[in-house]
Write a protein that binds this ligand. Structure first.
Ligand SMILES: CC(C)(COP(=O)(O)OP(=O)(O)OC[C@H]1O[C@@H](n2cnc3c(N)ncnc32)[C@H](O)[C@@H]1OP(=O)(O)O)[C@@H](O)C(=O)NCCC(=O)NCCS
Length: 159
């Protein structure tokens, strides 16, 4: 095992914002953006965040339920903010916050949030340890504890 790879890392080192302009090809039959397009971008953003933290290939193991509070419209800019909230031994929880930006007015609207959980894999595609989180702020410590409790609940449901 490469010890250097498991040095604690701050949340900010892997955090990412993905942006994509919503085009007609992203719309459903109502003319608003397909929920699957938003979820795919969430998985893409969170997967990059997890890989940046682990510096290993990762797979999605579970996604918590997602509620869309507001529709996303064609012509808006979609912003997907992803950051790690909790790490276990081989798993990482990534929090996503999705917003839209109206490019003409600058108005930012929060449309949904989600939690995706990833597992890092070794060269034989088995779960492998990830670096701990170097928690630098009170908010990061609060989010870590909330993530730990969510993960406990997920594992209890799985059992
Ligand atoms: C992810 C996978 C490798 C885990 O394998 P596994 O045999 O369950 O491995 P383990 O029991 O050792 O669990 C590995 C980690 O996943 C976590 N985990 C497993 N099932 C989970 C679940 N339902 N919810 C949340 N975490 C879970 C475990 O708690 C453990 O985390 P920890 O090491 O931080 O404690 C395996 O389930 C898999 O390959 N799934 C398919 C992934 C995939 O194809 N995703 C979609 C495309 S990317």
């Amino acid at each position: 095992m490469d010890d250097q790879r498991l040095t604690a890392k701050p949340v900010a080192d892997s955090a990412l914002t993905l942006t994509q302009f919503m085009q007609p090809e992203h719309s459903n039959s109502l003319g608003t953006v397909h929920g699957g397009v938003v979820l795919k971008l969430c998985d893409e953003c969170a997967g990059i965040v997890a890989r940046r933290h682990a510096r290993r290939p990762t797979v999605t193991v579970t996604v918590d339920s997602v509620t869309f509070h507001r529709p996303v419209l064609v012509g808006q800019l979609l912003l997907v903010h992803g950051a790690i909230t909790y790490v276990g031994t081989t798993s990482m929880e990534v929090e996503l916050r999705v917003e839209t930006e109206n490019l003409l007015t600058g108005e930012i609207v929060h449309t949904n949030s989600a939690y995706f959980v990833y597992v890092a894999l070794d060269d034989d595609l088995r779960p492998t340890p990830v670096p701990p989180l170097d928690l630098l702020t009170e908010e990061e410590r609060r989010k870590f504890e909330a993530g730990r409790q969510r993960q406990q609940a997920r594992l209890a449901r799985r059992a």
